[in-house]
Design a protein around this ligand. Structure first.
Ligand code: SAH
Length: 473
């Protein structure tokens, strides 16, 4: 029987959904954070249960062929990148398999791996009574570093009382000072240095979660990938930033600075942003492009964080939508209308639905600045707005695109989609488990799941995006 504090040598055989290595000793499972499939490792048991234990990686005895030295020296402590120590091709295989496993285990499908651009149906439509899905190879990133266009850094002080900015250590709220980060825009290093020096020089207080005292909580930065425009937003537990003029002057000198703002968050919460923003200098937003569509992005709006892969993800979604120009398309969970506007040129009419009112304001502005006149937006929960519009106005759709948050779609929405009977449903998902659950439901109600593909939007983390095409039988 495995016991707490026991040291063991184990071969890691598989990877779990949080990026942890899984090894077995006489059928008893050990979950080891930071271990890679193929590693032989020495571990120390931290928590032992009846059938499994959590163990800490103590020593790598024989490294897996998939293991690399991560470029970031604090990759292991930091909670941001869970699998930076894996070779990128191995990361991609891991993500592809994560989606595949969900489709098979939760969706009950049989996955047939096909080449990119596969256009047809697998030569058999069921295996052992399971319906088949053709899965294209994962869409990875060419250079999987420095991709993030948005970052939110917690601010605190170290033992010497100096300002620290960085990331939370995995599963904690203690801040690790980060001089350089390999997944976000390089310019952040300079922005953070300026802000830390400013805080130290003027003795500005930083927020303490325990006591709910202190002023500066977080720093939000956004950088336009194409435009190089920069936004800096300080989240404060108060209404005024002392000596703001000095900070503005220093930040303004950074090439590309476009927007400097404050966000007020006085709540005792771990939600980062408060509801109110005030522009201190410049514009209240930055702009950026996805393809040739221009977007205005304000501090509070949702905007995809990996611009390079976003374009590829939307390209894939557009490809699955197979628009000829005469279709009515509904884009549910549309955010600031990114997919809707990306699709608008190829469709007759596009309708977007989104729950955050500010995002819909942005979506309308974004339609206007791009001269797009065939896009209409509705505020509200998709599962309320769409059934209501269907009931009262009998709305129709040729294609429905959904891009829900992790919890997936409400069943009432899926029922309305089935009733609206579009020829195609394109499901963009940030959680393959809820994707599998929802497409299983659609497959039981008249739809055929044609193709699926994983897209790596978040290299070095365990998160995976996927796109799936369903057609009406
Ligand atoms: N398609 C957009 C946004 C995807 S993120 C893009 O690619 O940028 C998911 C979006 O769903 C968020 O903007 C979130 O605010 C919104 N949302 C969450 N729950 C919702 C609901 N029940 N109905 C409609 N939108 C919702």
């Amino acid at each position: 029987m495995v016991q707490k504090n026991q040291e063991l040598i184990v071969t890691i055989e598989a990877m779990g959904s949080e990026g942890e290595g899984i090894g077995r000793i006489d059928g008893y499972a050990l979950f080891v954070k930071d271990a890679v499939a193929g590693d032989v490792v020495k571990v120390k048991v931290m928590k032992a249960k009846k059938n499994y234990a959590y163990a800490r990686l103590m020593e790598i005895i024989t490294p897996s062929k998939d293991r690399i030295t991560p470029p970031c020296s604090i990759a292991r402590q930091c909670g941001g990148c869970q699998i930076q120590h894996m070779d990128y091709q191995a990361q991609l295989t891991y993500k592809h398999n994560k989606v595949k496993n969900c489709l098979e285990r939760i969706g009950g499908f049989h996955v047939v791996e096909v080449e990119e651009g596969f256009d047809g149906t697998p030569s058999f439509d069921s295996v052992d009574g399971k319906k088949t899905i053709a899965m294209e190879p994962v869409l990875g990133m060419e250079d999987p570093f420095y991709y993030r266009n948005k970052t939110q850094f917690p601010v605190g002080v170290n033992k010497e009382g100096k300002a620290v900015t960085g990331f939370y250590a995995a599963r904690t709220h203690s801040i690790i000072q980060t001089e350089e980060c390999f997944i976000q825009a390089k310019v952040n290093e300079e922005l953070l240095r300026i802000i830390r020096e400013f805080i130290d020089e003027f003795g500005i207080s930083t927020y303490d979660e325990e006591t709910h005292k202190g002023l500066v909580r977080h720093i939000l930065t956004r950088v336009g990938y194409t435009t190089k425009e920069i936004m800096v937003c300080l989240v404060i537990n108060g209404t005024k930033l002392p000596h703001a003029d000095v900070l503005i002057e220093r930040l303004q000198a950074v090439p590309g600075m476009t927007s400097i703002c404050l966000n007020v968050n006085r709540e005792k919460t771990n939600v980062i942003l408060g509801e109110r923003c005030e522009t201190l200098w410049g514009q209240s937003y930055i702009t950026d492009y996805i393809g040739d569509v221009k977007f205005q992005i304000s501090p509070l709006s949702f905007y995809q964080v990996n611009p390079v892969q976003t374009e590829r993800l939307y390209g894939q979604a557009l490809d699955y939508a197979n628009l000829q120009g005469n279709e009515v398309v509904w884009d549910l969970y549309c955010g600031i209308g990114t997919i809707s506007l990306f699709l608008a040129k190829s469709a007759k009419e596009v309708y977007g639905v989104e729950i955050v009112p500010q995002a819909i304001e942005d979506a309308k502005v974004n339609a206007e600045i791009n001269g797009i006149e065939n896009a209409t937006f509705y505020v509200g929960a998709a599962e309320e707005v769409v059934p209501e519009l269907y009931r009262t106005k009998g709305i129709k759709a040729d294609v429905i695109m959904v891009d829900p948050p992790r919890k997936g779609c409400a069943e009432s929405l899926l029922d309305t989609i089935v009733a609206m009977a579009p020829n195609r449903v394109v499901y963009v998902s940030c959680d393959p488990a809820t994707l599998a659950r929802d497409i299983k439901y659609l497959a039981e109600h008249g739809y055929e799941v044609k193709k699926a593909r994983a897209v790596d939007m978040f290299p070095n983390s365990v998160h995976v995006e996927s796109v799936c095409l369903l057609t009406r039988k």
